[in-house]
Design a protein around this ligand. Sequence first.
Ligand code: NAP
Length: 274
Amino acid sequence: MKDYTIVVLGCGVMGTAVSSAILKAKFEPYPARIIGCTNSSSTNALLESSLQHEIFEYSYGVEANTKAVSEADIIILGCKPYMYQQIYEEIKSGLRGDQLLISLLAGTTISELEIFTPYVAKVMTNTPARFGAGTAAIAFSKLAEEKYEDLVLKLISPVGEAFKIDEKNMDAATALIGSGPAFCLLMMESLIEGGVRMGLPWEVAKLSAAKVMEGTAKMALETKEHPAILKSKVCTPGGTTIGGLLKMEDAGVRSGIARGVEEAARISASFAKK
Ligand SMILES: NC(=O)c1ccc[n+]([C@@H]2O[C@H](COP(=O)([O-])OP(=O)(O)OC[C@H]3O[C@@H](n4cnc5c(N)ncnc54)[C@H](OP(=O)(O)O)[C@@H]3O)[C@@H](O)[C@H]2O)c1
């Protein structure tokens, strides 16, 4: 595909995060235009103030968005999951049947999204995408996989790390990747509060907690070691770390977090059944 146009249909938090990542990246073939679509002029004005680039354009309202869709080779769908059918009805006269749809929606299945086109890639990513530190799991419809797998990986990889999964695992990915930042932030808050409780100034505790989480993630990724092995290496016999870990295990931190992921995946699966 050459000199192609991407329309971000629903350019809110996630649509902007993915657009920003693409605009900061270099790859071939690169899009010639990206059009960010919103419903209202007020959100569009906010988009214009937060995202500016020579190939990025703005659109709002049914008429302009339908025109944008008719000019699109690729549509990135970034609306809330419950809105996709209404938006489909609004813009369907702009669809050609050969366009690629990249969906960022939680829950909504590939077969539901095939009303737009048979070429569907379902992406589950997260808000750190905005900083190039996101994670993206991608499942494809059969036709999209055959024709567009490489292009979708090139477009989505700039969010951070992108990989293919089976659609049956999308609810688990939604819980771990989509909701994951909130789970990590809860852990970050807890570390900060522990530090503050023991006398650290809040800013120092926040910087320490964030860097510890960042550094630990980097260590796990770069060494490729199992977390349990890395953890045992910092547990001096009779020391502070093993003491702290046992208190956390007593409070059920491990199963609390694992069950939280399970619950988020269960809720994601229930969206698809509605
Ligand atoms: N936020 C996360 O952490 C996260 C993580 C993983 C996945 N997701 C998925 O990402 C998707 C988007 O979430 P979000 O948080 O980015 O939502 P959001 O910020 O509310 O963005 C939704 C966008 O859709 C636009 N929109 C609404 N109606 C429209 C219409 N008729 N035509 C065109 N655009 C329309 C909105 O514009 P107006 O403001 O003008 O209405 C807004 O720009 C969701 O499906 C969610 O499941 C989100």
